[in-house]
Design a protein around this ligand. Structure first.
Ligand SMILES: [Cu+2]
Length: 355
C-alpha cells in the first residue's frame, strides 16, 4: 500500500461495525471539536474515540518471530512487584460504557517485573540498530500525527483527516525516528518514549529484548502503585495543591494547549514524580500497549492472572496520553482503558515492558 490511506469507515462519522472506539464516533464528536464525553458515545461498537488515533487497516508487514534475540537479553530497570489481590477496573460514572472499565472486581496477579518507564527512543534505536527492524509505520509509509505537532507545510499537504477525529493527520513518512514526518527527528528526545510503534512492533522489541508486554491486569496493578481504587496513580486529585503530576492536555482540546504541565507533545519518560511502586508516567504522556485482546464481560473469565479474551481484533491500551483532557477524553484515570488494532500506530502510543 503506497502512501497513506484513510481506512474505509473513517471518512465519515458513522460508527460502522468495522471501526471500534479508536476511530468511529457519533455526531457528538464532530460538533465543536471538544465535544462533551457523553455526547461522543455512539453506537454499540463505537464509543468515544478519545485521544487514541484511528486504527490503521492493512496487511501485516512484520512478524515478531522474524526478529533475532539480543545477544544479551538482560533488561535493566525492571521493578520487581510482589503481586497479590487488588481491585481492578472502575465504576466511575465518568467512564465510557463501551470501554467496559467495570465492574470493579478483585483480581490477583502473580509476582512479576515491570519497567519503571516506557521504552525510550534510545532503547528502541538500539533494537533497530541490532536487528534492522522496520516498524509498521515505515512499511505502510505513514502514521497518525496530532495536527498541532505537524509543520504547516506538511499539514497543508496532508490528506483530509478522518472526519470523526479531525485532529489526526496521516502523515507520509512519519515514524518513530521522524515523529512529525520528514524533517523532524528525535535527536533532542532520546529519553522520550518511542512512539509510532504498533502492537506488533512492541512484540518484536520484546522478543528481541527477552521481555514481554504486561497484561492489562499487571499494568493496572503496577500503575495503581499500592493505592486502592484511587482515580489517579497518586490519589484522587488531578493537580494536588495545584501541582501537575502527569502530561495531559490543558486548555481547549484540540486547538489550544496552554502547556501548563510543560508539554504539548511527549515528555521525557522520567518527568513528574513516580507512583508508589516507582513507575513514571503511567498516566498521560503516551498510551501503552498491553498484551491482552480488548474485551468486556470480565467476570466471565478467570480473575487470577487474567489474560483477556481469546479472540478479538483489538489490543488493550492503558494510561491515556498527552492529548487527554477531562472535557473530551478522561482516560488518564488509572482504571480507564482503550484499544486499537495491532497494526495501528500514532504519535501518542508507546509501551513499557514486563517480565
Ligand atoms: Cu485520552
Amino acid at each position: 500500500m503506497p502512501g497513506r490511506e484513510v481506512p474505509a469507515g473513517l471518512t465519515d462519522a458513522a460508527p460502522s461495525g468495522g471501526a471500534p472506539d479508536a476511530c468511529a464516533a457519533g455526531p457528538g464528536a464532530l460538533s465543536g471539536g471538544s465535544g462533551a464525553p457523553d455526547a461522543c458515545v455512539a453506537g454499540p461498537a463505537a464509543g468515544n474515540p478519545g485521544s487514541v488515533a484511528p486504527r490503521r487497516d492493512g496487511e501485516r508487514p512484520a512478524s515478531p518471530a522474524d526478529v533475532p534475540r539480543a545477544a544479551s537479553p538482560r533488561y535493566g530497570g525492571l521493578v520487581a512487584l510482589p503481586g497479590g489481590a487488588f481491585r481492578m477496573g472502575s465504576d466511575d460514572p465518568d467512564g465510557f460504557p463501551d470501554d467496559a472499565e467495570g465492574p470493579v472486581r478483585e483480581v490477583t496477579v502473580s509476582p512479576f517485573r515491570i519497567a519503571s518507564t516506557a521504552v525510550t527512543n534510545a532503547q528502541f534505536a538500539r533494537f533497530v540498530k541490532e536487528t534492522g527492524y522496520r516498524t509498521e509505520a515505515e512499511t505502510f509509509g505513514w502514521s497518525y500525527v496530532f495536527h498541532l505537532l505537524v509543520p504547516a507545510a506538511l499539514r497543508r499537504a496532508a490528506p483530509p483527516a478522518p472526519a470523526a477525529v479531525p485532529w489526526w493527520l496521516g502523515i507520509t513518512g512519519a515514524y518513530w525516528r521522524a515523529p512529525e514526518g520528514p524533517g523532524s527527528d528525535i535527536t533532542a528526545r532520546q529519553n522520550h518514549p518511542v512512539v509510532h510503534v504498533s502492537h506488533n512492533d512492541a512484540l518484536a522489541y520484546c522478543a528481541w529484548a527477552g521481555v514481554r508486554l504486561p497484561t492489562e491486569a499487571e499494568w493496572e496493578y503496577a500503575a495503581r502503585g499500592g493505592l486502592d481504587q484511587a482515580r489517579f496513580p497518586w490519589g484522587d486529585e488531578l493537580t494536588p495543591r495545584g501541582q501537575h503530576r502527569c502530561n495531559v492536555w490543558q486548555g481547549d482540546f484540540p486547538t489550544r494547549n496552554t502547556e501548563a504541565d510543560g508539554f504539548l507533545g511527549t515528555a521525557p519518560v522520567k518527568s513528574f514524580r513516580p507512583n508508589g511502586f516507582g513507575l513514571y508516567n503511567v498516566a498521560g504522556n503516551v498510551w501503552e500497549w498491553c498484551a491482552d485482546r480488548f474485551g468486556g464481560d470480565h467476570l466471565s473469565r478467570p480473575l487470577t492472572d487474567p489474560t483477556g479474551p481469546p479472540d478479538g481484533d483489538s489490543r488493550v491500551l492503558k494510561g491515556g496520553s498527552y492529548l487527554c483532557h477531562h472535557s473530551y477524553c478522561n482516560r488518564y484515570r488509572v482504571g480507564a482503558r482503550s484499544r486499537n488494532t495491532p497494526d495501528s500506530s500514532s504519535g501518542n502510543t508507546g509501551f513499557r515492558v514486563a517480565a
